[in-house]
Ligand binder design. Structure first.
Ligand code: SF4
Ligand code: SF4
Length: 449
């Protein structure tokens, strides 16, 4: 039976076999520096809450902001604040960071619920406060603060609370392993979230290439015996896990440009985000660690590792046995939406789901040629855009026309680039176009000097 799905999309080779069977390995380094960028989310950057020389505990707040759309940052180790200053981050830019020298003791401070003077577990009316205090953001990569997402605008009735376990990005297995190894936490987390939205169904959406996760999560939801919760298997198609696509596949609802999921009655969170919600509400634990797939054909022992935030990509790669040969490309994330890294000496942050290192044999390094007008990019675009036209407009620097053609609705999924026989850098030009329009909007909104 064909499952309902969105239009467009592609079927790249999934590469998941390298780590699909690898159980999550806990790795806690016993020393060295951990680096915590002050901006790991969409919204206002944080300001340091510590100073150089301070002793900090695991779970102690390092930085926060008064802004509503923001999320605090916590130390994932115990140790000493060694520096506060600019450091290189995954996208290759210098960002303000707190640097902590790890003492290897993992001495933990008071939990959040205790600090906030709340009961354990927290009462539903305190959920958003705890989720904000725990620094929870969309850990599928979007990094949007979760307390904002769980507070839909007045008057919106939430009918579907969707847990995104699609993990459509090739090579990655961190969500898959989490569903296999912690289904009880996820099921209970979903039940807690549903208490905020009494009219909602709780749906865990998983692509059918993860049959064990589908079965495990189904059994766990059954165990809780709550008829509002179920698993919804999804067609294997990239980008099934993109928010708008998954909402379309699960509910049939289309989100108009500029609208929010809540406008069509949906809230959608990634499985790791749900895990963190559970840990915060029941144990008072903030975001300290995450699971990362370290994979690719040049990684000696690909695997899934649960690591403290702030450790360097280099250390993580060494933990996976290092490289068998020099990679030509190392990405933070998967091959479709991952960010190409210039250095391994950058910290893991809340939104990092994988490290993918590829040899020249497997990293496609195409040479661009002229557009053939074949239309394959249009067929692939899940946002129903005309990527070849957007590309043309960006190259002309006609950003007004780019905007009018819907360029700002591009979700940078990479389907057009993947499908283009002329190897046009379509996603990259769309990304550049969006950045130019955003910069222009900021300039217009900026106060006159
Ligand atoms: S134009 Fe944007 S949304 Fe459409 S396929 Fe390309 S990257 Fe994806
Ligand atoms: S897929 Fe590539 S070659 Fe074909 S129309 Fe789009 S940009 Fe041109």
């Amino acid at each position: 039976m064909k499952l309902p799905s969105f239009e467009g999309g592609v079927h790249p080779p999934d590469g998941k076999a390298l780590t699909a069977e690898k159980a999550v390995e806990l790795y806690q380094p016993q020393g060295g520096e951990l680096i915590f960028p002050l901006l790991q989310h969409l919204g206002a950057p944080c300001s340091p809450a510590v100073k150089r020389g301070d002793r900090v505990l695991r779970g102690q707040k390092l930085a926060d902001s008064d802004a509503f759309v923001s999320a605090p940052i916590f130390s994932s180790v115990s140790g000493t604040v060694k520096d506060i200053g600019p450091r290189m981050t995954i996208p290759g830019s210098l960002e303000e960071c707190v640097v902590v020298e790890n003492d290897g003791l993992y001495e933990t401070g008071p939990d959040l619920l205790e600090t906030l003077g709340l009961s354990r577990p927290a009462a539903p009316e305190e959920y958003l406060k705890v989720i904000r205090a725990a620094g929870i953001v969309g850990m599928g990569g979007a990094c949007f603060p979760t307390h904002v997402k769980l507070a839909p605008p007045e008057g919106r009735v939430i009918r579907w609370f969707i847990v995104n376990g699609a993990e459509c990005e090739p090579f990655l297995n961190c969500d898959n392993r989490l569903m296999l190894e912690s289904p009880d936490i996820l099921a209970e987390g979903l039940q807690l979230c549903l208490s905020l939205f009494p009219q909602a169904e709780g749906i865990v959406a998983i692509e059918t290439n993860k049959p064990e996760s589908i079965q495990t999560m189904s059994l766990e939801l059954e165990r809780l015996g709550d008829p509002r919760m179920r698993v919804a298997p999804q067609e294997v198609k990239y980008p099934q896990g993109a928010e708008k696509m998954l909402i379309r596949s699960v509910t049939g609802q289309e989100i108009p440009p500029g609208a929010l999921p809540a406008d069509v009655g949906c809230i959608i969170v990634n499985v790791r985000t749900l895990y963190q919600i559970h840990q915060a509400l029941t144990l008072g634990t903030p975001v300290l660690d995450r699971i990362i797939s370290v994979t690719g054909d040049v990684v000696v022992s690909p695997g899934n590792f649960c690591v403290p935030l702030g450790i360097s990509v280099r250390e993580l790669v060494e933990r996976a046995g290092g490289f068998s040969e020099d990679p030509v490309k190392v990405l933070a994330g998967g091959p479709m939406m991952g960010i190409s890294m210039r250095s391994l000496d950058v910290p893991i942050v809340k939104g990092t789901s994988g490290i993918l290192a590829l040899s020249e044999r497997s990293a496609l390094l195409p040479v661009e040629s002229n557009c053939l007008r074949c239309g394959r990019c249009v067929e692939a675009c899940p946002m129903r855009l005309v990527p070849s036209n957007l590309d043309h407009l960006v190259r002309l620097r006609d950003y007004t026309a780019f905007e009018q053609a819907g360029g700002m609705n591009c979700i940078e999924c990479g389907c057009c680039t993947y499908n283009c026989p002329a190897s046009r850098f379509l996603t990259q030009t769309c990304r550049d176009g969006k950045a130019a329009v955003t910069a222009e909007r900021r300039k217009k909104g900026a106060p006159k000097k």
